[in-house]
Design a protein around this ligand. Structure first.
Ligand SMILES: [Zn+2]
Length: 550
């Protein structure tokens, strides 16, 4: 019997040899080689052993000692909707350094549009601007007072409108504050242009002509390959898409049926406040339960609902005020009663809740709601999730564990926007800032995400888990740092657990999906500072090489 007979019988499609493959199995074992067949891992082991699975049709990849990890899973992003932002002016930093830079960029777009047409900017972040303040309507009026301008802030919870946009929306000093939102006003009560949270933002945003659902689907399908290519180049093999509305869900299904979806995508359906119950009641009316899907490329992980705003813009709700704004406790978009009602409805219908809660006050409200839901119906191993969990008090950790809540932690914020969070929380509260060490110590399963901030999401998140350093080198409580191995687990196994696929993905073990990343250096042994510079050489999904660094 020759080796060929075995190989032809077993018929591996792909073998990786001579690598350092960190399997992320329960005993942190490392192997040299892995064989793949039909998109699944056939066997792992020593190179000599695995080489025997290579037949005449097998692709053999010599890793030359390179490090391989399970494919990265980012558990909270908003990717496909980036395809809709083609006509928007990117006002993020970099490249913007000052408010003048933003005004100039908007003015360029203004010059390309007839008077009266809307101009939209996105992703500004005042904490990154040297002006040290928010842009106002008066700044934007310098770009144009003949075009309505709407400038969205990074994070999606705030915006600034120019004078004409406010006028069209009928926002004056007499406009009452909408519930769960805030219209910024100066000492004289004049609107400053600032709008916090959906109810205020929609007063202006609602006036902007939007493409029809059909046009949106077309635009998203067309722009997806460019977005996906970037995600694959960052080693992502699965993303959880938060807050998906019908056009995006349709676009993903079109991509899937056209064979154009390479990434695996878990959807959180849109159930955001104000809760009209449509996501939940529709799903339960149709008897659909979390976990249904369209195969292992596109499926539903839960329903996204939410409580508060964002920390950088000081709208996450805290029980003690912001360190840099002592009167401000943040914003809750919903009451306890509303959240509990929706949470109970979701839980009873058998659908996982993915609840946006950043501040400790929002987390209290969330845990109260989950507590009530668990009393209303027995559901073992529900894996309801808190999305973000930006500031967690010690006493909340016990309660999270008791209620078996899992966390999609935005630890990926630490590097790109950690500085603004230090200012917002103050030094004393940093031990509860995305407390990865405490989550682990309490047995709370925490995955990671970047929610759109920064770049190279998973590796930046792993760097943040380990070093807890902001982009300017400030520490966000180093005591909460975890080992590189545990940090990798955050972006692999723990994230797989959050989608209840820990038996399918998240580690390199026989039977699991063949999703891998090949790195240009061994992040388990290099100086942790180097993790940030680490490049993905190859990304493999279901045994297919979907990205190769040139
Ligand atoms: Zn989000």
């Amino acid at each position: 019997m020759s080796g060929n007979t075995l190989a032809d019988d077993i018929g591996a499609d792909l073998v990786l040899l001579n690598g350092k493959i960190a399997t992320i199995d329960p005993s942190d074992s490392t192997v040299e080689a892995v064989a793949v067949r039909n998109g699944r891992i056939l066997k792992t082991g020593a190179s000599d052993e695995i080489r025997r699975f290579a037949g005449s049709k097998t692709r053999v990849m010599d890793l030359n000692g390179k490090t391989v990890l399970p494919g990265f899973i980012d558990s909270h992003e908003h990717c496909i909707r980036r395809g809709m932002q083609g006509d928007y002016v990117n006002c993020g930093s970099p490249p913007m350094e000052t408010i003048d830079d933003i005004v100039k960029a908007l003015a360029e777009k203004v010059a390309s549009k007839p008077e009266g047409e809307w101009v939209q900017g996105t992703r500004f972040d005042e904490t990154k601007l040297s002006d040290n303040r928010w842009p106002t309507r008066y700044d934007l009026d310098r770009a144009s007072d003949k075009h309505p301008i709407y400038l969205g802030r990074a994070g999606g919870h705030n915006a600034v409108a120019n004078g004409l946009a406010l006028e069209l929306a009928g926002i004056t000093k007499d406009t009452p504050q909408p519930p769960g939102a805030n219209i910024g006003k100066d000492d004289q009560g004049e609107p400053t242009g600032r709008l916090d949270e959906r109810a205020a933002m929609n007063m202006v945003r609602g006036l902007i002509p939007t493409p029809s659902d059909e046009e949106s689907i077309e635009i998203m399908v067309e722009n997806w390959p460019r977005i996906e290519e970037q995600l694959l180049s960052w080693g992502l093999t699965t993303i959880h898409e938060a807050h998906i509305k019908a056009p995006a869900a349709t676009a993903y299904q079109e991509l899937l049926s056209a064979g154009k979806l390479r990434l695996r995508v878990g959807l959180m359906l849109d159930g955001m406040a104000p809760y009209e119950g449509y996501a939940t009641s529709d799903l339960s009316r149709q008897g659909l339960r979390t976990g249904f899907g369209w195969g292992d490329k596109l499926y539903v992980v839960g329903v996204k609902i939410g409580v508060d705003g964002a920390m950088g813009s000081l709208t996450a709700s805290l029980t003690q005020p912001y360190a840099n704004d002592p009167e401000n406790f943040g914003i809750n978009r919903v009451t306890q009663e509303e959240l509990t009602e929706e949470m109970v409805r979701l839980h009873r219908a058998g659908n996982r809740a993915c609840i946006h809660a950043i501040g400790d006050d929002a987390i209290d409200i969330t845990l109260n709601a989950i507590d009530e839901a668990l009393k209303s119906k027995d559901w073992k191993d529900h894996r309801h999730r808190i999305e973000h969990a930006g500031y967690v008090r010690d006493d909340q950790l016990e309660r999270m564990k008791r209620l078996e809540v899992a966390v999609s932690a935005s630890i990926g914020f630490c590097h790109p926007i950690g500085d603004s969070h230090i200012d917002a929380l103050g030094e004393e509260r940093l031990s509860g800032y995305y407390p990865m060490r405490s989550f682990k110590d309490h047995g709370i399963v925490a995955a990671g995400n970047s929610d759109g901030f920064g770049r190279n999401w998973a590796l930046t998140g792993i760097y943040s888990c380990v070093t807890r350093k902001s982009s300017t080198g400030r520490l966000l409580d180093a005591e909460q740092g975890i080992s590189v191995m545990d940090a990798i687990r955050v972006y692999t196994m723990n994230a797989a657990y959050l989608e209840r696929k820990e038996n399918e993905k998240g580690s390199i073990e026989p039977g699991k999906m063949a999703d891998f990343v090949v790195l240009d250096r061994d992040i388990l042994t290099v100086d942790p500072e180097e993790i940030l510079e680490t490049k993905v050489l190859k990304t493999i999904i279901g045994g297919e090489v979907v990205y190769e660094r040139s």
